[in-house]
Design a binder for this molecule. Structure first.
Ligand code: SF4
Length: 360
C-alpha cells in the first residue's frame, strides 16, 4: 500500500496522525495526491456535519491597536492603515442587519484598542446588547483582555473567545508579534477555555513558516481544546515591515484546511472570505472547511483584517452572494438550531473533561 493510502486510511478511521504523517501530507505537490487529501477531508466533514455549512457575520468594530505585529495592516505605527471606531449603536445595528441576513453567529473583533480596554463596562454593555438584540451566539476577538473582563464576558453569555497565535515557531512568533509573550498568549487561551469559552485558534501561512512549523502547530493546537481552527494565507500589507514579502498562492492554505479536517474531523474549520474573497470560497469548501467567515455588510465603512476592502462594498461578502457557491459545492446553509446544537455539544464535552479532571 502506498504511504498516502495508509495515512488517509488511518485518518478516515479517526486514528490520530503523528508528526511525520502530517508533514508527509503537507509536503504533497502532486495534483492527484492533493485531490485525494481534499476528498478524504470532505468525507470526514460529511460524517460529522452532513452537507451543512455555518456562516459568521463579522463586525470589525475598531481598527485601533496599540500593538506592532509586523504582518498586520492595523499595527500601531502604520500611517497608511484605515482607522475607524464604531460606536455602540452602530455596532448593534450592524449586528442586527447581519442577524437578519441569516448568519449563525456575530464575531465582534477589534485591534487591542485602549479606548475599549480601559472602559470595560462600556465594552461589556455593548457586547451584551449585541447578544440580546440579535439573539445569536457571540464570538469576541478583542486580543488579550484581563481575567476579570473574561469572567464578565462569560457571565454575559459570550460563547467564543478567538485569540490567534498564528505560528507555534517561537522565533517566527517573536518576529511577527513584537513584544508579545508567546506563553502569556497561550495561557490566556487555556484560562479562557477553563472558564468555559469555546476557543478558536488561528494559523497564518506564507509568512516564513515551514511545513514542519505548520505540522507542529496543527498538532499542538489540539492540546488547547480548540473547537474552531482557522488557517489563512498571509497577504502582504501596505506600510508594514512585510510589505514586500512575496505573496504565496492558496495551495498551502487549502492543504492546511484538509489536514486540519483529518486531525479534527468534528470541529469547525473556516473558509475565510478575507483572503481571496468570494472567488476563493469554493476551493476552501472543497478542501473540507465548514464555516464561511468574514461575512461583512456592504457600504457600512467596515473593513476586513487581511483584505481591508476586497469584495466588501459590492456586497460579495454577503450571505445571498455566497449561497450559489454553497449550492455549486453540494452544500447547504445549516439552521440556527443545528449551530446551537453544535455549541451545546462542544460545551458538554468541556463539562465532561472538567468532571474527569476533577475525578482524577
Ligand atoms: S494582529 Fe491584532 S494585535 Fe496585532 S497589530 Fe494587528 S490588530 Fe493589533
Amino acid at each position: 500500500m502506498k504511504k498516502i493510502d495508509e495515512i488517509l486510511e488511518k485518518a478516515l478511521a479517526e486514528k490520530k496522525l503523528n508528526f511525520e504523517e502530517v508533514v508527509f501530507l503537507l509536503s504533497q505537490r502532486d495534483k492527484d495526491e492533493i485531490k485525494r487529501i481534499h476528498e478524504a477531508a470532505r468525507m470526514l466533514r460529511t460524517r460529522y456535519f452532513d452537507n451543512r455549512i455555518f456562516a459568521y457575520g463579522f463586525v470589525y468594530f475598531s481598527t485601533f491597536c496599540h500593538n506592532e505585529c509586523t504582518f498586520c495592516f492595523y499595527r500601531y505605527s502604520n500611517a497608511q492603515s484605515l482607522r475607524y471606531r464604531k460606536n455602540r449603536d452602530e455596532i448593534i445595528d450592524l449586528s442586527k442587519a447581519l442577524a437578519e441576513s441569516g448568519v449563525h453567529l456575530i464575531d465582534l473583533t477589534m485591534g487591542e484598542d485602549d479606548l475599549f480596554l480601559t472602559n470595560p463596562d462600556y465594552f461589556l454593555e455593548m457586547v451584551k446588547a449585541v447578544k440580546e438584540s440579535t439573539g445569536l451566539p457571540v464570538m469576541i476577538s478583542p486580543g488579550k483582555v484581563s481575567e476579570q473582563l473574561l469572567d464578565k464576558f462569560m457571565d454575559a453569555g459570550v460563547s467564543w473567545y478567538a485569540l490567534y497565535q498564528e505560528t507555534y515557531n517561537r522565533e517566527l512568533y517573536r518576529k511577527m508579534r513584537l513584544n508579545q509573550d508567546f506563553d502569556q498568549r497561550m495561557n490566556k487561551k487555556r484560562k479562557a477555555r477553563a472558564k468555559g469559552f469555546l476557543l478558536e485558534e488561528g494559523l497564518l501561512t506564507g509568512i516564513g513558516d515551514t511545513i514542519e512549523d505548520r505540522a507542529t502547530a496543527m498538532l499542538e493546537m489540539g492540546s488547547l481544546g480548540v473547537s474552531q481552527v482557522r488557517t489563512m494565507t498571509f497577504v502582504p500589507q501596505k506600510g508594514t515591515p512585510l510589505e514586500n514579502l512575496t505573496p504565496t498562492d492558496s495551495r498551502n492554505e487549502l492543504l492546511n484546511i484538509s489536514v486540519l479536517r483529518l486531525l479534527y474531523p468534528d470541529k469547525l474549520i473556516p473558509a475565510s472570505l478575507d483572503v481571496e474573497g468570494l472567488i476563493g470560497l469554493a476551493d476552501r469548501l472543497m478542501a473540507g472547511a465548514n464555516v464561511v467567515t468574514s461575512i461583512i455588510p456592504p457600504q457600512e465603512g467596515l473593513a476586513g483584517v487581511s483584505q481591508s476592502s476586497l469584495d466588501i462594498d459590492d456586497g460579495s461578502r454577503s450571505l445571498p452572494k455566497i449561497m450559489p457557491t454553497l449550492e455549486a459545492c453540494g452544500l447547504t446553509l445549516a439552521t440556527t438550531a443545528e449551530y446551537e446544537a453544535f455549541l451545546e455539544q462542544e460545551k458538554a464535552k468541556q463539562d465532561c473533561e472538567k468532571l474527569e479532571q476533577g475525578a482524577s
